[in-house]
Design a protein around this ligand. Structure first.
Ligand SMILES: NC(=O)c1ccc[n+]([C@@H]2O[C@H](COP(=O)([O-])OP(=O)(O)OC[C@H]3O[C@@H](n4cnc5c(N)ncnc54)[C@H](OP(=O)(O)O)[C@@H]3O)[C@@H](O)[C@H]2O)c1
Length: 341
């Protein structure tokens, strides 16, 4: 049994990490303010990391593994200053957003990263990629390189509050037809979704195994078209043909050249087509990051169709209402009318 401290641990990935570590029989402590429930079996360490003394209750204890989830440079620095010397292993959960450019398909971990964002930066100048870059840097410096920096790509699965991985399977699971689907005839658009449960297992296993350095953690690369096909299979399940005839018009293809004219967003957020990447060469490497190092380190990934099937099984109850990403029924209907006309 290992003694593990998760800095965070009550939101989506953090909670999944706690559950996974508890399931493996470890002694799991999570440090957070307690604005959400801690997983049953976790030892809560209630603290506000913006206040002095936030790490006092965790200081002086030997942690076999510390896992840091913060997006805040000051919190990343405060944690390593207080705890780095007492931790056997340290994992910093970073992001593929740290990379300075997203234009090269297959780019690996040696690619340049964004300039780190200093903790003293005014809140208005906050930049997520640069903040994570600082977290990486301060961790590696404090630990003399003896830390593992894991850079996830898009994380998906049941409970995804961003709605990016849940929109399509849940939309196909609705009886309402037709569904507006992005049309990508050249198969130029790519998707890489890592299941939150596979990511949690990898973070824990690689951390406890004492791996060090930088590693991407991305899903298997697939075309958007194939991803949508899998989402449809998961969403429709065995509904057709057993529950009636196939609708005459199950889909309406959406011409992505119309995005700007129709004021439709890509990737995420309101009035969006989730998972669709912005056009242009600067995103040609996005969702096409190298996964070679993570696979060599032991990352195991379930098939995307399983992730989608579990999202459908969890249903809308497992998603945020109203969804943070996608089209409302009214927005979709208007775009269908325009696309059909
Ligand atoms: N979603 C993606 O596709 C994606 C992609 C790449 C990387 N990532 C990374 O993956 C991780 C996601 O982690 P997550 O899902 O667990 O969500 P999260 O939003 O990073 O969780 C934040 C955690 O920190 C705690 N916290 C926040 N402010 C605090 C404070 N002032 N003092 C103490 N605790 C505080 C929160 O609990 P309280 O509010 O109760 O304090 C919560 O437990 C992040 O590191 C993110 O950058 C995400």
């Amino acid at each position: 049994m290992k003694k593990i401290l998760i800095l965070g641990g009550t939101a989506w990935l953090g909670r999944t990490l706690c559950e996974h570590a508890l399931g493996a029989g470890h002694d799991v402590h999570a440090l957070a303010r307690g604005s959400r429930e801690f997983a049953t079996g976790v030892e809560p360490v209630i603290a506000d990391r913006t206040l002095p003394g936030a790490y006092d209750a965790a200081r002086g204890i030997h942690w076999d593994l510390v896992i840091e989830l913060t997006r805040d440079p000051g919190q990343a620095r405060g944690a390593v200053e207080a705890l780095a010397g007492n931790a056997g292993e340290w994992v910093n959960v970073s992001s593929c957003s740290v990379y300075a450019e997203q234009s090269t398909p297959g780019a690996d971990e040696d690619s340049d990263v964004l300039e780190p964002l200093p903790p003293e930066t005014p809140p208005d100048d906050y930049d997520y990629g640069r903040a994570k870059s600082y977290g990486e840097q301060v961790t590696m410096e404090a630990r003399g390189g003896k830390a593992l920096v894991i850079r996830p790509g898009l994380i998906g699965g049941p409970g995804d509050e961003s709605g990016r991985s849940t929109y399509w399977p849940l939309r196909f699971a609705e009886a309402r037809r037709p569904v507006l689907v992005p049309n990508d005839p050249g198969n130029e658009l790519s998707v890489q979704i890592i299941d939150v449960r596979d990511l949690a297992a990898f973070i824990l296993d690689a951390g406890l195994a004492g791996r060090h350095g930088y590693v991407n953690a991305v899903g298997e690369q697939t075309t958007l078209d194939d991803a949508l096909r899998m989402a449809r299979a998961a969403g429709e399940g065995d509904r057709h043909p057993s529950s009636g005839p196939e609708p005459t018009r199950p889909f309406v293809p959406y011409d992505l050249g119309r995005l700007e004219a129709d004021d439709v967003n890509v990737w995420a957020g309101p009035r969006s087509l989730p998972l669709v990447l912005p056009p242009g060469p600067e995103h040609a490497g996005f969702a096409r990051r190298s996964d070679a190092r993570s696979l060599a380190m032991g990352l195991r990934r379930r098939a995307l169709r399983e992730t989608f099937a579990d999202i459908v099984r969890a249903g809308p109850a497992g998603a945020v209402v109203p969804p943070k990403s996608g089209l409302s029924a009214g927005e979709e209907a208007k775009l269908i009318a325009v696309s059909s006309g």
